[in-house]
Ligand binder design. Sequence first.
Ligand SMILES: NC(=O)CC(=O)C(=O)O
Length: 364
Amino acid sequence: MKSAVSSSLFFHSKNLLKPNPLSRLESVFLPKPSLRSIVKLPSSSTTSGLRSISSSSMASSFKPEQARVPSALPLPAPPLTKFNIGLCQLSVTADKSRNISHAKKAIEEAASKGAKLVLLPEIWNSPYSNDSFPVYAEEIDAGGDASPSTAMLSEVSKRLKITIIGGSIPERVGDRLYNTCCVFGSDGELKAKHRKIHLFDIDIPGKITFMESKTLTAGETPTIVDTDVGRIGIGICYDIRFQELAMIYAARGAHLLCYPGAFNMTTGPLHWELLQRARATDNQLYVATCSPARDSGAGYTAWGHSTLIGPFGEVLATTEHEEAIIIAEIDYSILEQRRTSLPLNKQRRGDLYQLVDVQRLNSK
Ligand SMILES: NC(=O)CC(=O)C(=O)O
């Protein structure tokens, strides 16, 4: 078992940031002529045979508003535009009460460094294994002693007046187990619960075999929640591979997608950052992820590399595989800027394809 947390175990992201590419991106945006010329092409002009774009022709014949069914909601005005997010990349042990007190101290440290939103890793109160899930599972809806992990999250979010996306823990409901993320508002109330929709069943011979479906049941609904720090869509780890979920959240007006996740040593190096940047770039919103720290002696070795991605696909803050607390700024005013400069939402071809949000459609 690892020693209890001390603040020296944690690092401010500034020490660990990769060179911030935003400055490079700004220089892409600042000379604006190239982008302006794309947007301002007169509707009659063509370049090398490419069809020109103007919002009037798109609205009439390309039907961008019909590319999302029901139509996409406008981006809501967030309660605040700029704030700090804290990503707590935590070590996880077999000692559940240590994991809970460790997470509590990390949240307190993130808040003391200015985080108004804190994100925890996937399965932070238990080892990530099918043998452990039933043993560590909690009855979240019962609360109190039946769910010490979420009782802690509720207490700390209320005391510190912050929003917490509580990573995930194994949840028991009758004879079923779920991989569940709880969102607590700054009043300590449980605002939303996301049960991992896509179970992680993988078999790459000689590399990694893991079947979550041996013990877990898949969740049934996408989860998007209005908080003090904006509208947030939730996915857990493998959920990030399914772009339709992220597209649905974007069409419902999400500012930020949060994915607690524990990628592994086979897929992590190739896919983890790629998927985060893809979800952010395609949907022109922020994406935040949080992994457990790596424990090479564990049955399942997590890749680490918790990250914040901006709406142009830029890595704003990241870390390696050790324990870390990343503190990074989110600025929602960038969302409209990016969407104005690169107006994907006005350029979709609703005449050629449509994304159907089944839940929203059926609730009409
Ligand atoms: N652990 C997961 O849920 C997902 C993962 O590791 C992968 O998709 O790869």
